[in-house]
Structures are given as structure tokens and as C-alpha cells.
Write a protein that binds this ligand. Structure first.
Ligand code: GTP
Ligand code: MG
Length: 435
């Protein structure tokens, strides 16, 4: 590694048949802070020892040598032995990394909150565990005396990893509990929870900035530089890692809008698992806005939408509104064509531009329409010392249509979530009991 100039990477990819697409892996390499020096691709069945065919690996070695690249990034998943064998066949000190390790690196660079850091560490340990296990079993099978020490070492390393995994899980569980309580408190306060979801780089953070007030309601606002109104939105994958929640100003409702980590295809189970509590804000929402980049090709949008649906269907119960973002970058005919082609996956979408603030009113209307129904209620409150505090509680938790103050009573007409209406009944009966 040179350490001075930008480090460079050669991208490698193998597909069983057809043409290898490298656009996304190139974007990921850049998101990790590397420059793409060259690419080497192949269409054939996987080689068990080297992933690529032997001749292709020779070609790769030449390319690495010529470009003086620091690392090779495979879009394919590499087994521990493939990584080792490739290292042996490439110029000395060439780092060999696969798609998953690369995504982990990116997450590691962006993890600013305690929770994100724990999640990255958990994912790293889960990545490492099978490798440590493989080493242990190899060393144990090897009966040559000199190797016994290695076996013991690796076994304790394996135990170490397991212990740390369980400690991190406990700490993450505690954080989750706190977050769950916070969501419940927010619901009880009459807020509807709306989550932005979608493939990475679709424009979720840009939309959040456009739609919602500048104030974060979570305590860690300084940890989300990408959401700063003065900051540029980055054309990079995984700009956002944690979650940020802001108030969305709506006439009849109190809405909290949450932005979170983007989805990406081909994530291994252990990585998804490590980040699942971040997605809890999506799973627990009252409504999900599924953002797609409408400027991409129909096939690309379809693939990404499928990835998103697969991730969502596991747990999500909330209604989904598909948002065709970057509307400014497509003309009307093209947009109609795309919407028609994708109508099975994305029925009745809303087309907007977060960047150019196009059609956001329609999106807000749709949010209002698809959120859970409000109940309309009219309460007659007897006038006691506590009546005004109940009236102000209703103002805080509901949309008040009308209040009439009489000498003996106050009549308040409002709309709210069913649970809020229920609680207002309890408060009203207390007043009646006092009067
Ligand atoms: N043309 C156009 N570009 C947009 C629009 N919205 C976002 N972008 C650009 O798309 C890129 C990604 O935007 P972000 O808002 O960071 O996307 P994200 O979905 O939050 O991405 P991650 O946090 O990385 O998952 C940035 O370069 C934005 O400027 C839009 O409506 N039109
Ligand atoms: Mg973002």
C-alpha cells in the first residue's frame, strides 16, 4: 500500500453465463474510497480453488502488476481458501477482497453512532467466525506435533469471537429496547411513523431533507452530515448508515419521517442480520415510502424493487407507497412507460423529484391518505380545575377541528388515532368524576 495517493483497485467478476455487469461493484469500490484502475471479468462456471479460471487469474495478475493496484475486489463471494489461493497467485501485498468484505469496509467507515459501530463489529465477527472454525478443524486434524499449538490458539480465538458476539448482541438488544420504547412513546403522543426505504442511492435522504423540518428529533443529529441542509447529497452508495427522524409538517397529522440505510442486492444473511435492528424503524412504521431511482432502466428498477420487497416482506406489515424519485431526469413518455412496465411491482406510484422539489404536494397527500384512518370524536368536558389541561393534551395529540367554551362545559371536536381517542375518553371520565 502506498498510503499517499488514492489507493486503487482492480475489479474482478465472474458470472455463470452472459455479460458481467460491473457498474454497481465499481460504485461500491468508489464508495469505499478507492479508484478503479481496471476490470477483469469472465463468463464461465466457478473454479473451486480460484473463483476465476486459472488463465484468467494469470491475466488478473498481469493487470494488477501493470496498474500497480493495491487491491483486487471481487463482486463474487470468495471462500476463505479462494482468498488465500488468489493471494498466492497475485503480486505480493495485493489485498484480495470480496463484495461482502467491501460493503463491511464501507459500513465501518460510515459507522458514527455506537449502534452502527456495534453492528459493524457484529457483522465482522460473524464474517470471521466460520474462517476461525475452518482453521481450528484443520489444525486439529493435523497431527504433526508442531501444529498442536496452532490448534489451541485458534480454538481460543474461536471462543473469543463467540463471547464477543454474545456481548455485542446483548448491548444491541438494550439499544433496541430503548428505541422500541421511544417509538411507542411517539405513537402514544399521537405521531404517525413514516419510514423511507429503498435501494442505496435512490434519493431517500434528499427526500427527507425536502419534506421534513430541519430539526432532528433524535439526539444524534451531528452524526448525520449527509442530512445537513447545507451539505451536498452524495452520489455515493451507502451515504446513510444509521437512522434519522424528523418532523413532517402536515395539516391534519403529526408525522415523524425516518430515513435509514439503503438496501442492496446479494447481501449475505449474516450482514442483513447484523443490521436488522436498523431496519426496525421501517418494519415498525405505519407507512413505508419505497423510493426508486426513476432515471434507471426498467430492468434495473425491477431488480432493485425486488430486492427491496424481499427485504420488506420478511417483517413489514405497513402499507407501501412506491415513490418514483428523480422525476426531473426522465421525460413524461419515458416515465409513463416505466410506470406501466412496473405496475405489478409498484401499483399506483407517485413520481417526484426530491432534488428539484417536484410534485411533493401529491406525495404528502398520498401519505395522508394511506396512513391509518383517524377517528372523529366530539367530547363534552365539564368545567373543572383540570379541564384546560385536558384540552391542551388533546391539542398536542390530535388534530382539533373545533373547540367551544361554555360556562359549564367545553366541547371539543377532533380527529386522532383510535388509541388517542380511547385515552381521551379516560381523561374525560376523570373530569366527570371530579365535577
Ligand atoms: N436528478 C436527481 N438526482 C437526485 C434526486 N434525488 C436525489 N438525487 C441524487 O441522488 C444521489 C443520492 O441521493 P441520496 O439522497 O444521498 O440517496 P440515498 O437513498 O439517501 O442514498 P444512501 O444513503 O446512500 O442509501 C445524490 O447525488 C442526489 O443528489 C432527484 O430527485 N433528481
Ligand atoms: Mg441516505
Amino acid at each position: 500500500m502506498t498510503g499517499t495517493a488514492t489507493e486503487t483497485a482492480v475489479v474482478a467478476k465472474r458470472v455463470d453465463d452472459g455479460t458481467p455487469e460491473t457498474e454497481e461493484i465499481r460504485d461500491l469500490v468508489r464508495a469505499a474510497g478507492y479508484e478503479v484502475a481496471a476490470e477483469v471479468t469472465q463468463s464461465r462456471t466457478a473454479d473451486p480453488a480460484l473463483q476465476l479460471g486459472e488463465g484468467k487469474v494469470e491475466e488478473l495478475a498481469v493487470v494488477v502488476d501493470e496498474t500497480d493496484a493495491d487491491r483486487v475486489v471481487f463482486d463474487n463471494r470468495l471462500g476463505p481458501y479462494q482468498t488465500y489461493n488468489l493471494g498466492q497467485n497475485l503480486p505480493e501485498d495485493t489485498e484480495v477482497v470480496d463484495r461482502f468484505r467491501l460493503i463491511l469496509d464501507i459500513f465501518g467507515q460510515r459507522a458514527h453512532t455506537r449502534k452502527a459501530q456495534l453492528q459493524v463489529e457484529l457483522a465482522e465477527l460473524r464474517y470471521e467466525l466460520p474462517r476461525a472454525e475452518a482453521k481450528t478443524s484443520l489444525a486439529q486434524r493435523d497431527e504433526r506435533p508442531g501444529f498442536m499449538g496452532l490448534g489451541e490458539y485458534d480454538e481460543s480465538r474461536e471462543q473469543d469471537i463467540k463471547a464477543r458476539i454474545s456481548r455485542i448482541r446483548d448491548e444491541l438488544e438494550n439499544i433496541e429496547k430503548t428505541e422500541q420504547q421511544r417509538r411507542e412513546t411517539r405513537r402514544e403522543s399521537g405521531f404517525d411513523l413514516v419510514a423511507l426505504a429503498g435501494y442505496t442511492n435512490a434519493g431517500k435522504s434528499t427526500l427527507l431533507r425536502r419534506l421534513a423540518e430541519d430539526v432532528d428529533v433524535d439526539e444524534n443529529e451531528d452524526l448525520h452530515p449527509d442530512l445537513d441542509t447545507t451539505a451536498e447529497s452524495q452520489d455515493k452508495l451507502f451515504t446513510t448508515l444509521g437512522t434519522t427522524t424528523r418532523r413532517l409538517e402536515m395539516e391534519r397529522r403529526n408525522v415523524l419521517l425516518t430515513d435509514t440505510v439503503g438496501f442492496i442486492s446479494d447481501l449475505p444473511h449474516w450482514l442483513v442480520e447484523s443490521f436488522k435492528s436498523t431496519l426496525e424503524s421501517v418494519y415498525q412504521a405505519d407507512l413505508v415510502l419505497l423510493v426508486v431511482d426513476a432515471s434507471e432502466s426498467i430492468d434495473e428498477i425491477r431488480e432493485k424493487l425486488t430486492t427491496c420487497h424481499d427485504t420488506l416482506y420478511e417483517r413489514n406489515e405497513a402499507p407501501i407507497v412506491t415513490v418514483f424519485n428523480k422525476r426531473d431526469a426522465v421525460d413524461d413518455d419515458e416515465l409513463d412507460e416505466k410506470m406501466a412496465a412496473l405496475s405489478a411491482l409498484a401499483p399506483n406510484p407517485v413520481a417526484v423529484s426530491g432534488l428539484e422539489a417536484i410534485n411533493l404536494d401529491e406525495l404528502v397527500e398520498r401519505i395522508d391518505a394511506r396512513l391509518p384512518e383517524r377517528e372523529r370524536e366530539r367530547l363534552v368536558l365539564p368545567m373543572t380545575d383540570d379541564t384546560m389541561s385536558v384540552v391542551s393534551w388533546v391539542h398536542d395529540h390530535a388534530y382539533v377541528r373545533d373547540v367551544n367554551y361554555g360556562d359549564e362545559e367545553v366541547v371539543i371536536d377532533f380527529e386522532a388515532r383510535p388509541t388517542i381517542v380511547e385515552r381521551s375518553h379516560a381523561k374525560a371520565s376523570e373530569l366527570v368524576a371530579e365535577a
